[in-house]
Design a protein around this ligand. Sequence first.
Ligand code: MN
Length: 199
Amino acid sequence: MFELPKLPYDYAALEPHIDARTMEIHHGKLHNGYTNNLNKAIEGTDLATKSIEEICANAGKHGAAVRNNGGGFFNHRLFWEVMSPNGGTPSTELNAAIMSNFGSMEELKTQFSAAAGTRFGSGWAWLVVHDGNLVVSSTPNQDNPLMDVADVKGTPILGLDVWEHAYYLNYQNRRPDYVAAFWNVINWTKVSELFASAV
Ligand code: MN
């Protein structure tokens, strides 16, 4: 059985960039819902003994309930971890990879923000380790780069939820403002750890 992970900070910790009410609903109701619905979907099947990474890797072979709620469980768990009110800076190794793959932090930010801004409807923007390189991508709905159905496959080390539920209370339809604010709360210490594990 998967369990809703505890938030590593208070609901209000990311204000003013992400408001407490949005965090409370997003974690307590929505992520909780994905977790419960994933458990219901895998109960009594051979998926009940698999890791979430293994479930995602074969998402295209499972039904919509497993794909959507498995993705929802994994994506939000990563999302909470890659944000922090005290996010630090990228490690020397991650910084070198950003320079080598994008040329500058500004260019990474431009590409990531474009992926987040142009994802039509609901979905996610990602920074992915793909064949040892860093690439930016986006996925629809609750899909992610671990999934066999993803256009760009790899290990996600940074993810941004661009569903309206992630920003509408504070930003209404201004998704670009939310995406810009996200850069103030990225947990670079955690992203650097995920990068080190992925390469
Ligand atoms: Mn969400």
